[in-house]
Ligand binder design. Structure first.
Ligand SMILES: Cc1cc2nc3c(=O)[nH]c(=O)nc-3n(C[C@H](O)[C@H](O)[C@H](O)COP(=O)(O)OP(=O)(O)OC[C@H]3O[C@@H](n4cnc5c(N)ncnc54)[C@H](O)[C@@H]3O)c2cc1C
Length: 435
């Protein structure tokens, strides 16, 4: 009933990916800075290396595999995609080389689901081909985790919508060919029907990037990052720029996060694998007090805890992928939230242990662990803080639970023992046993 192996043909693809990423793609992580480079379609040097690599991936039939057959993808289920993302996760550039970089994947998903034929023609195809990148503009300076607090608004004027407001952490704003912006269109409606989604070409008059916010693991100069603090100053778009129906902004936003979270979780498994391998190598390479680090029990504890954490996390993600593949839409919601929470914790713990075992070298920029460590806080924030996902998990488990019928819990031993005694009284009290 359970099988953890990939079939032969698919395993061959995974093996090819492993080797290709190690030899051809990981060097890009070292040649270009972290941050926006994979998204910078105008950087001639990186494009000159990237395009032939993307062509190899396309020729192998491994380009943008998250897409369904209707969009030219192979229709792999989530389990296969999870195994692929585990390998892709090892390298910062690999998602771009394989056509699976966020936020473009999620943006393509909602365009495919809710876009008009014209929107798909204009935005979707070049996005799928990797010719442009895009931006998802939702979080605001005063509100992120609770979208009900968003105030950026769009008002109707004749044949146009006019968008006004500010957005924060709009990743890739400065490289994007278009923005998907959520704005309030129905202020009087209930919260879930108050917002709508808009397709806004980057060249539209009134889009101002106040600053390009730098995440910790990116280059150090302020204002050279990839997360746009964006002001929409009376940005005018035609009525047909709406993505989905009026008031359906939350519905469209929700639709983009399911599969993407599982892929992100499995890419994090890939990063954890890398940190864990570094931990193992260090443990057998360095000696102290006359023996290898690996022979000290504290270090063995680090290794055992990391192996166990990683295995549990990986199995959780694979089970979640399996639920998506085999059960009705929405059945994996709680598991996806569990993955999101576990991902941040396991990544933190494994990277911290790996870094610590590397001693002073671990505290430098001279190993990949530095960028991993600085990315730790993001994992518990992007796509919503862990607290919100934990609350969602708890509510799902609490939903159908009834209160105890009496003063004591239903597992209270005294009445249960009395019931057990009654259940078997005919045997316990039978003369041949009682005697
Ligand atoms: C690397 C990265 C990339 C991102 N890219 C994008 C993007 O492309 N587009 C975009 O729109 N946004 C993006 N974001 C923003 C992201 O979606 C928000 O950071 C996230 O929704 C949290 O919002 P916030 O940062 O405003 O934190 P807040 O909402 O201010 O939350 C701060 C803290 O308050 C606590 N908290 C909040 N809500 C609750 C609750 N219900 N219960 C208990 N505690 C709570 C938590 O401790 C939380 O960490 C990105 C973020 C990161 C880190």
């Amino acid at each position: 009933m359970f099988d953890f192996s990939a079939d032969g043909a698919f395993q061959e693809k995974l093996d090819w990916m492993k080797e290709f990423i190690r030899t051809e793609v990981e060097p890009l992580d070292l040649l270009f800075t972290h941050g926006g480079d994979p998204y910078d379609t105008k950087n001639k040097k990186s494009r000159a290396i990237l395009k032939p690599l993307q062509a190899q991936v396309k020729a192998k039939g491994l380009w943008a595999c998250h897409l369904g057959p209707e969009l030219g993808g192979p229709g792999y289920g989530q389990l296969k995609l999870a195994l692929m993302n585990e390998i892709i996760g090892r390298s910062y550039w690999a998602p771009t080389v394989f056509g699976t970089a966020a936020p473009d994947t999620g943006n393509a998903e909602i365009l495919a689901m809710f876009g008009t034929e014209e929107q798909k023609r204009r935005y979707l195809q070049p996005l799928l081909d990797g010719d442009i990148v895009s931006c998802f503009s939702m979080t605001e300076p005063q509100a992120g985790a609770d979208p009900k607090e968003f105030i950026c608004a769009a008002r109707r004027e004749g044949d146009e919508w006019v968008i006004s407001g500010e957005k924060w952490f709009s990743s890739n704003a400065r490289h994007a060919a278009f923005f998907i912006v959520i704005a309030m269109t129905n202020p009087e409606a209930p919260a879930h029907a108050r917002f709508s989604m808009f397709m806004v070409p980057a060249e539209t008059h009134g889009i101002k990037i106040i600053r390009n916010v730098v995440a910790m693991e990116e280059v150090e100069e302020l204002d050279s990052g990839i997360h746009g603090y964006v002001r929409y100053e009376d940005v005018r778009v035609p009525l047909d720029a709406m993505l989905g129906g009026q008031g359906e902004g939350f519905k469209v936003a929700q639709a983009r996060l399911g599969g993407g979270r599982v892929h992100h979780a499995m890419r994090t498994v890939g990063q954890c694998n890398r940190a864990f391998e570094m931990m193992l190598e260090r443990a057998v390479s360095r000696c102290t007090q006359g023996k290898r680090l690996a022979d000290h029990q504290f270090v063995q504890g680090f290794i055992a805890d990391s192996a166990i954490d990683l295995e549990q996390f990986r199995l959780l993600v694979l089970k979640t992928a399996w639920i998506i593949d085999t059960q009705p839409h929405g059945a994996a919601r709680t598991h996806i939230a569990m993955c999101k929470v576990t991902m941040a914790k396991v990544y933190h713990d494994i990277v911290q242990r790996a870094l610590h075992l590397h001693g002073s070298l671990g505290a430098t920029h001279e190993t990949p662990l530095a960028a991993m460590w600085m990315a730790v806080p993001q994992l518990a924030l992007a796509d919503g803080p862990s607290e919100v996902h934990k609350a969602q998990v708890a509510k799902a488990f609490l939903k159908n639970v009834q209160p105890a019928s009496g003063l004591f819990p239903s597992e209270h031993i005294l009445p249960k023992r009395e019931a057990a005694r009654k259940r078997y009284a005919h045997i316990l009290d039978a003369p041949e046993v009682a005697a």
